[in-house]
Write a protein that binds this ligand. Structure first.
Ligand code: NDP
Ligand code: MG
Length: 385
């Protein structure tokens, strides 16, 4: 059996590290060809020595010498810079690109991989939020599949396997995040230490804050729209605090299919790599008699305005989701730097979107322009708080 040769973008992150673990559990099936990081040189070097990929890329070019020197005793090529990432994903000895980058930085390498006809296992939801139309067209024109890694989208993808009939409804489940039980009056006083504690998942900082504001679910609605070609009106969000059902699809005959498991990202990570097969994974079984009940509640759009903002950006379409994403990235890092409070995150996003000119069919350069403009607008807004 030929091994699948994998490029792991963002190997030092939460998803990237779990991806390397999954790959190394199946040495007969998978091989790590490339690993990348932005600036975490210590971890990147450690991973390179442990997993012996052929290529290592450090995006922040100023760290090149440090990585190069540390890996000099090994037969590992070292490259630096964002362009190297885009060039490398097209290399012929890569069978699948696993994109675990965070934020807008994931868009260019995704497009580059798809244009080279490479399958992309996509964790980086911001790629689809910012440039969904362009990304899906690139996938279609180059016959390059996008396999979702986000647990909800992996669930939907699994529910749709073997189905040829139209989807009646997609139900995206959400844990509700750490503030599901917090009253509207208390939300302004939330500290980042509280927001960084997620009840069910251990994730990178950006997606953890997105989960706390519910923007994560908003970004996932947009992600689902592009991946499964469904209109926002048939994408519902439901709060399911146990995170056992990872999402559901309803069909026209009233049947509902759900995918369930313990909340563990290694399951969707491995499935994205093993698809269309399933490989063993040493995790606890779901014991229904111990669970006893699964709970569901409607989302609260008033306490979590980010969800409304995401739906409305998607309905407006064009470059608006890209502006939403850029403003959210700025607002989240401002919250993490203690520059704004929790309830100001949606305010920054809403005001930024209002200031951006609408483009109905954005080209790639329009998307880059919108991303840059929205960041500048959001940064300027921060100064007014
Ligand atoms: P992390 O912040 O933990 O990791 C991000 C990775 O990307 C790191 O390797 C980081 O390198 C690298 N990186 C960050 N910025 C850049 C940049 N500008 N250029 C190049 N590389 C960069 O994120 P997560 O692993 O939590 O999330 C990754 C993606 O997966 C996100 O889109 C997230 O929404 C999605 N996701 C995450 C889940 C999770 O459980 N964590 C669940 C579902 C989806 P360095 O370490 O050097 O900074
Ligand atoms: Mg998710």
């Amino acid at each position: 059996m030929n091994k699948k040769r994998i490029a792991v973008l963002g190997a030092t992150g939460s998803i990237g590290r779990q991806c390397l673990e999954v790959i190394s559990n199946h040495p007969q099936r998978f091989e790590i060809e490339v690993i990348t990081a932005r600036s975490n040189t210590d971890m990147l070097i450690e991973q390179a020595i442990k997993y012996q990929p052929n290529i290592v890329i450090i995006s922040e070019a100023s760290y090149y010498n440090q990585v190069k020197e540390a890996l000099a005793p090994y037969p590992i090529k070292v490259f630096a810079g964002e362009e190297s990432l885009c060039d490398m994903v097209a290399f012929e000895n890569i069978d699948i690109v696993f994109n675990a980058l965070v934020g807008f930085s994931g868009l260019a390498p995704t497009l580059s991989a798809l244009r080279a006809g490479k399958p992309v296992a996509l964790a980086n939801k911001e790629t689809l939020v910012a440039g969904g139309d362009l990304v899906m067209k690139a996938a279609l024109h180059n016959h390059a599949p996008i396999i979702p890694v986000d647990s909800e989208h992996s669930a939907i993808f699994q529910c749709l396997l073997g189905e040829r009939s139209p989807i009646k409804k997609i139900v995206l489940t959400a844990s509700g995040g750490p503030f599901w039980h917090t009253s509207a009056d208390e939300l302004p006083f939330i500290r980042k230490e509280q927001a960084l504690k997620h009840p069910n998942w251990n994730m990178g900082e950006k997606v953890t804050i997105d989960s706390a504001t519910m923007m994560n679910k908003g970004l996932e609605v947009i992600e689902a729209h592009w991946l499964f070609g469904v209109s926002p009106s048939i994408i519902d969000v439901i709060i399911h605090p146990q995170s056992i059902i990872h999402s559901m699809v309803q069909f026209e005959d009233g049947s509902v299919k759900a995918q369930m498991s313990h909340p563990d990202m290694r399951i969707p990570i491995q499935f994205a790599l093993s698809f269309p097969q399933r490989f063993p994974l040493d995790l606890p079984e779901v014991r229904f008699e111990q669970l006893k009940h699964l709970d569901f509640y409607p989302p609260d759009f008033e306490r979590f305005p980010c969800l409304t903002l995401a739906y409305s950006a998607l309905k407006q379409g064009g470059n608006m989701p890209c502006a939403l994403n850029a403003a959210n990235e700025v607002a989240v890092s401002a919250f993490l730097n203690d520059s704004i409070s929790f309830h100001q995150v949606p305010v920054v996003i809403e005001k930024t979107i209002q200031a951006i000119s609408f483009i109905s069919q954005p080209t790639l350069s329009d998307i880059h322009l919108t991303n840059n403009q929205a960041r500048i607008v959001a940064q300027n807004l921060l100064k007014t708080f």
